[in-house]
Structure formats: structure tokens, C-alpha cells
Design a protein around this ligand. Structure first.
Ligand SMILES: Nc1ncnc2c1ncn2[C@@H]1O[C@H](COP(=O)(O)OP(=O)(O)OP(=O)(O)O)[C@@H](O)[C@H]1O
Length: 391
């Protein structure tokens, strides 16, 4: 290896010039390859990627690569300016920098968590993979019911990759002025192409599904084609995440564009219990005596967003009314009824089918009757009548 290259490496390291550092490592690898030392070149690149070159700066770790995130943190990266719609002058996307994303916990099934970690790792090492002639997964489709963490997962990935997130809501993009949509899509893709960013296309079905809509005319088809063509033209620097609640509405041409597809489902019993426990302990409520298993049963069939709302309501009630830190089953069910099993403010107009669901989820008649302030036998009769009505 030439001495000048070593000196350049040292200079790059001390100036924290990640681009120069990376260039010099690549140059050394190339020279080794040219000399017939392919193994040494591969080893060097592997060591480089594996160590991720973390430099300690006064106690806080700075990620050397991928570079764009580090540059944002040190204000070296030029700001990403969102293009605007010609008619209403509104910005076509929102830029969210990793420093603006908090570290709040996201609960995912272990299988999904592992898959996401693998995708992040692959993207972080994309240069190495590409230099070895291997493709990189940089198109992720997140599907699943609302409130199960598609958007939150995209944020978490941006935080972990230390990259700016470009957030586009396709439904609002389309609903504004159809005639402008194609132009707006082009403007968005031009603004991000070639940059190390995450492009989140939320409510993806709102545009992709239009292709087959018999009632819509050529304009919509053109819009969808523009979207697909622009996706194809993106460089591999852009990591694309599309999110949809209606994956069944996406056609084959759309599925083909994504090399990773993940389904974020409603939380199972264990995840619900962990999530409720996490929310409670975060606010200093509850203790080891609380039966989280039971609370988890009560919330069967609900999504994370609903469980969060219920739990926060219960926490607020406990803190405001009782000033205590205890969590009773009744407190929780009361919040549950308020948030999800609404009875139109008038207790006479009970939504019996929802109450049946609560009973099925394990809430006792006694607790329900007390909370609803109706005699237990009356409630029991009404539930039985409902049962007969439904066979
Ligand atoms: N897996 C999860 N772990 C922890 N909290 C979650 C999770 N999923 C959702 N939440 C909570 O619900 C809120 C809404 O979730 P999010 O917007 O990520 O869901 P989504 O699947 O994108 O929903 P939509 O399809 O309606 O856009 C989050 O801000 C968070 O508080």
C-alpha cells in the first residue's frame, strides 16, 4: 500500500471527513485488487463496513457512515427544500430529520423486528454489497390495519438509519388538483433523487388503486404510470417505504416494485400486555400486582393506537381523580368503554354488540354493571336478548 494513501487516511480521520475517508479506503481496495490481492481488498472493505467507523466525540458517538445523517447532525447537509404545488403553493412533502424523531418504543412481532433489522443492516452496508455485485433491498412495502405502526415503523427506520425522512401523503396529493398530480409527483422525485433519504409514501393505495378503476379516465392512469416510472428511475440512495391499509387494492405492477413486504398485524395477547405495561410504567402507574394478562384480554381485537388512547385515558383518570398510582381493573375498563365502546353519551343507548364483545373479552358482568350504573340483572337480560337476536 502506498504511503500517501495512509497519510490521506489519517488526515481524513482527524478532519472527520467521511467522504475522503471512504474514497481512500475504496482506492486502497481497488489498488489491492489490481495487484491481484482480491482477498485483501474484500477483507479491507468488510472490516470497514463491519466497524461502521464510530468516532467518539466528547462522549457521544458519531456515526461515520451513512454520511448524510451524520452531515445533518453536523449541519453540513444542505437543507432539503420541499417543492410546492403550483396552484395552492403548499409544500408537497414534509422533511423530518432524525433529531426530530424521538426514541419512543415501538412494539413489533419479533419476526418483523428481525426482518426490519436485516433491511436496515443491508442498506447501511449497501456500498459494500454493490461493490460485490450484490443487489440491495431498498423498497419496503408496509401493509396492515390502521394504528398498527406502519408510519411509526418508517420513523423508527429513519432514526436508526440516521437519515432524513421525506413524508408524502399521497391521498392529499391526489385530492388537491388531479391535473397537477403528475407534475407534483415528478417534482417530489426530482427533489429527492440521488440523496441519502427515506421517502415515505403514505396512504399508497390511494393512488396505486386508481389504475384499475373503470370509472376514472386517462388522467388517473397517467398519474399512476408517472408514479411507477419515477419509482423505477430513483437511484439506490433513496430508500422507499410505501404504507397501505389496503394492500389488496394494489395491482401486480405495484407489488413488483417492492423487494420487501411486511405485514404489521393487530397486536397479539403478549404484545398487548407488554404495551399496556410499558405505557403504565412510563407514567409511573401500576405495579407488579396488576394483572396485565387480563387487561390484554379486554383489549383483544384492538389496535395499538386504540390501546394507547385507552391506557392514557385510564392514566389521566387515575392521576386526576385519585392522585394515586394504583391501577384497578375497573379504572381500565372504564377508560375502555369511554374510548372504544362508546354509548353516545346517553347510557340508555348502549351499544349492546360492543358490550357483548367486552364480555367475550373477559370483562365481568359485575364490573360492567357498576361502571354503567345499571343493575346487573337488567344488563344481563339485555345481553341475553341480544344473543338470541343474533342466534
Ligand atoms: N407497534 C406499535 N408500537 C407502539 N405504538 C404503536 C404501534 N403502532 C401504533 N402505535 C401507536 O399508534 C399511533 C399511530 O400509529 P401509526 O400511525 O404508526 O399507525 P399506522 O399503521 O401507520 O396507521 P394508519 O394506517 O392509520 O396510518 C402511534 O403514534 C403510536 O402511538
Amino acid at each position: 500500500m502506498r504511503l500517501e494513501l495512509v497519510i490521506d487516511l489519517i488526515k481524513a480521520y482527524s478532519n472527520k471527513d467521511d467522504k475522503l475517508f471512504k474514497d481512500k479506503v475504496s482506492q486502497i481496495a481497488e489498488e489491492e485488487k489490481a495487484k491481484g490481492n482480491k482477498n485483501s481488498a474484500t477483507k479491507l472493505l468488510a472490516a470497514f463496513q463491519k466497524n461502521d467507523f464510530k468516532i467518539d466525540e466528547g462522549g457521544s458517538k458519531k456515526v461515520f457512515f451513512p454520511s448524510s445523517g451524520a452531515q445533518v447532525a453536523s449541519n453540513k447537509q444542505p437543507q432539503i427544500i420541499a417543492p410546492r404545488d403550483k396552484s395552492n403553493n403548499l409544500e408537497l412533502f414534509e422533511v423530518i430529520y432524525p433529531s426530530q424523531i424521538d426514541n419512543s418504543s415501538i412494539f413489533l412481532a419479533p419476526k418483523i423486528e428481525n426482518k426490519i433489522e436485516a433491511v436496515i443492516n443491508e442498506y447501511k452496508n449497501k456500498d459494500f454489497l454493490v461493490s460485490n455485485g450484490l443487489p440491495v433491498e431498498n423498497r419496503l412495502l408496509l401493509c396492515g390495519p390502521p394504528g398498527c405502526g406502519k408510519t411509526s415503523t418508517a420513523y423508527m427506520i429513519a432514526k436508526k438509519m440516521d437519515l432524513p425522512l421525506i413524508y408524502v401523503r399521497l391521498d392529499s396529493l391526489v385530492s388537491s388538483f388531479l391535473g397537477q398530480t403528475g407534475t407534483n409527483i415528478r417534482k417530489i422525485f426530482e427533489a429527492v433523487n440521488g440523496r441519502n433519504v427515506i421517502l415515505l409514501l403514505d396512504e399508497f393505495d390511494s393512488i396505486a388503486k386508481m389504475r384499475d378503476d373503470k370509472n376514472e379516465l386517462g388522467e388517473l392512469k397517467r398519474v399512476v404510470n408517472t408514479l411507477l416510472q419515477n419509482l423505477d428511475l430513483l437511484t439506490s440512495d433513496v430508500f422507499v417505504i410505501a404504507a397501505t391499509n389496503h394492500e389488496n387494492l394494489l395491482d401486480k405492477a405495484v407489488w413488483r416494485r417492492f423487494n420487501s413486504v411486511m405485514y404489521l398485524d393487530l397486536p397479539n395477547k403478549a404484545l398487548r400486555a407488554d404495551y399496556i405495561k410499558h405505557l403504565m410504567s412510563f407514567h409511573g402507574i401500576g405495579d407488579s400486582k396488576v394483572n396485565y394478562d387480563k387487561l390484554s384480554d379486554f383489549t383483544s381485537g384492538l389496535n395499538f393506537s386504540e390501546i394507547r388512547e385507552i391506557s392514557l385515558k385510564a392514566i389521566k383518570n387515575i392521576v386526576l381523580n385519585e392522585g394515586s398510582k394504583d391501577l384497578s381493573i375497573k379504572d381500565y375498563v372504564e377508560a375502555l368503554i369511554d374510548v372504544v365502546f362508546l354509548y353516545n353519551t346517553d347510557k340508555e343507548v348502549l351499544d349492546i354488540s360492543k358490550l357483548r364483545k367486552l364480555r367475550e373479552n373477559g370483562v365481568t358482568l359485575q364490573v360492567l354493571a357498576e361502571l354503567l350504573d345499571i343493575p346487573r340483572t337488567t344488563l344481563s337480560d339485555r345481553l341475553k336478548k341480544e344473543e338470541i337476536r343474533h342466534g
